[in-house]
Design a protein around this ligand. Structure first.
Ligand code: NAD
Ligand code: UDP
Ligand code: UDP
Length: 327
C-alpha cells in the first residue's frame, strides 16, 4: 500500500536516509525541515522524484497537511548544536511535538517520535532497559534536550491514553554514518575528520566513558519496523549493543584511516554520561530487529564519505566554548 509519509527533520542526518528508504519502498514523502542543522545537500539527490516534496517550516508553528504516517525527527541531535539555542531546543520538543500530535489526531495518522537514550541521563543501571526511568539533571546544560525529549515522550503517551492515538516511541542510541555534519561536534564525525586531517584527536575527560554506536542503515530499518509493527507502542530501544570507550574509538579511527594524529585530552563537558549501552531485548523480540553492521565496517563506510569533505579543510566543532564555562 502506498502511504503519504511526513518526515520532520527530513534534511538532517537520519531524516535524509529515512526519506530515501521510504521513497525506495514506493511511498510519497513530505520532508519538513527548517534547515537549522540539516542541509539541502543531504536531500539533493531526491529532488527529481515527483513523490518527494520539501516544505521549509519550523515545527513550532502549526502545520496542515494530509498524511498517513508521521516520523518526528526534527530536533538538533548533537550536544554542541542543541546547546547553542537551548530554548529553541525545548520548544521544538514540546511545542513541536504538540503540533505534530495535533496533526496526527486530526488526520488519524500513526506518529513515531524519535526519542533518545538521553532520557536515561547518566545511568545507574547498565545496560539500559526501557523500564529504567533514568537519572537526568533537570537544570544542567544537557537538560534542554534530555528533559525536552522526556516531555515529548510524556506528550506522546498522554495523547495515546487520552485520545487513543496510534503512537510509536523509539529511544535511539548514538547513531553514525554518511551525512553526519562534519562540524556537528559529535564524537564519530570529530574523530574521523581530525584523523583524516592529521590533527589532534580531542578526547574529553580520560576517554574511559563508553557509548554504543549504531550504523545509520540499521537504525533506519529499526525505525521503519517499529512504525509498521502492529500493537507495539514502545518505548523501544534502538541501537547497537557493542560498547566502546572513547579511547578505543579514537584508536580504531586512527588505525582505519592510517592517520598520524595524536590524542589530546580536554575537560569533560557538564553532565556527560559515563556509560551507555542499550538493552535490546524488546527490539529483538517484538520487532525481530537486530543491528547487523559491526563498528569497524560502519566506520570504514563513514570514513569513505568524510574523506571527500576532509580535503576541503572543514574545521570540526569542539566543545571549547562550553568547557571554559563548566570546568
Ligand atoms: P540532525 O541535526 O542531523 O537532524 C535534525 C533535523 O531537524 C535537521 O535537519 C534540522 O534542521 C531539523 N530541525 C531542527 N529543529 C527543527 C524545527 N524546529 N523545525 C523543523 N526542523 C527542525 O540530527 P539527527 O542525528 O539526524 O537526529 C534526528 C533525530 O533523531 C533527532 O530528533 C534526534 O534527537 C534523534 N536522535 C538522534 C541520535 C543520533 O545519534 N543521531 C540519537 C538519539 C536521537
Ligand atoms: N495542529 C496542527 N495541524 C493540524 C491540527 C492541529 O498543527 O492539522 C496543531 C494546532 O496548533 C493545535 C495543536 O496541533 O493547537 C494541538 O492540537 P490539539 O487538537 O491537541 O489541540 P487544540 O486544537 O485543542 O489546541
Ligand atoms: N567526545 C569526545 N571528543 C569529541 C566529541 C565528543 O571525547 O571531540 C565524547 C563526549 O564527551 C561523549 C562521547 O564522546 O562522552 C559522545 O559524544 P557525542 O557528542 O557524540 O554524543 P553524546 O554525548 O550525546 O552521546
Amino acid at each position: 500500500m502506498i502511504n503519504t509519509i511526513l518526515v520532520t527533520g527530513g534534511a538532517g542526518f537520519l531524516g535524509s536516509h529515512l526519506c530515501e528508504r521510504l521513497l525506495n519502498e514506493g511511498n510519497n514523502v513530505i520532508c519538513v525541515d527548517n534547515f537549522s542543522t540539516g542541509s539541502k545537500d543531504n536531500i539533493l539527490h531526491l529532488y527529481g522524484d515527483p513523490r518527494f516534496e520539501i516544505i521549509r517550516h519550523d515545527i513550532n508553528l502549526p502545520l496542515y497537511v494530509e498524511v498517513d504516517q508521521i516520523y518526528n525527527l526534527a530536533c538538533p541531535a548533537s550536544p554542541v548544536h542543541y546547546q547553542l539555542d537551548p530554548v529553541q531546543t525545548i520548544k521544538t520538543n514540546v511545542h513541536g511535538s504538540i503540533n505534530l500530535l495535533g496533526l496526527a489526531k486530526r488526520t488519524k495518522a500513526r506518529i513515531l517520535q524519535a526519542s533518545t537514550s538521553e532520557v536515561y541521563g547518566d545511568p545507574e543501571v547498565h545496560p539500559q532497559p526501557e523500564s529504567y526511568c533514568g537519572m537526568v539533571n533537570p537544570i544542567g546544560k544537557r537538560s534542554c534536550y534530555d528533559e525536552g525529549k522526556r516531555c515529548a515522550e510524556s506528550l506522546f503517551f498522554d495523547y495515546h491514553r487520552q485520545y487513543q492515538m496510534d503512537i510509536r516511541v523509539a529511544r535511539i542510541f548514538n547513531t553514525y554514518g554518511p551525512r553526519m555534519h562534519p562540524d556537528d561536534g559529535r564524537v564519530v564525525s570529530n574523530f574521523i575528520m581530525q584523523a583524516l586531517q592529521d590533527k589532534e584527536i580531542t578526547i574529553y575527560g580520560d576517554g574511559h566513558q563508553t557509548r554504543s554506536f549504531c550504523y545509520v542503515d540499521d537504525l533506519v530499518d529499526g525505525l521503519m519496523r517499529l512504525m509498521n509493527t502492529e500493537n507495539v507502542v514502545g518505548p523501544v530501544n534502538l541501537g547497537n549493543d557493542g560498547e566502546f570507550s572513547m579511547q578505543e574509538l579514537a584508536e580504531k579511527v586512527i588505525r582505519l584511516t592510517g592517520s598520524s594524529s595524536r590524542l589530546s585530552y580536554h575537560p569533560l563537558p557538564m553532565d556527560d554520561p559515563r556509560q551507555r549501552r542499550p538493552d535490546l531485548r524488546q527490539a529483538k523480540e517484538k520487532l525481530g530487529w537486530n543491528p547487523s553492521v559491526a563498528l569497524e565496517d560502519g566506520l570504514v563506510l563513514t570514513i569513505n564519505y568524510f574523506s571527500k569533505l576532509a580535503l576541503d579543510n572543514v574545521e570540526v566543532n569542539t566543545f571549547d566554548f562550553m568547557m571554559s564555562e563548566s570546568s
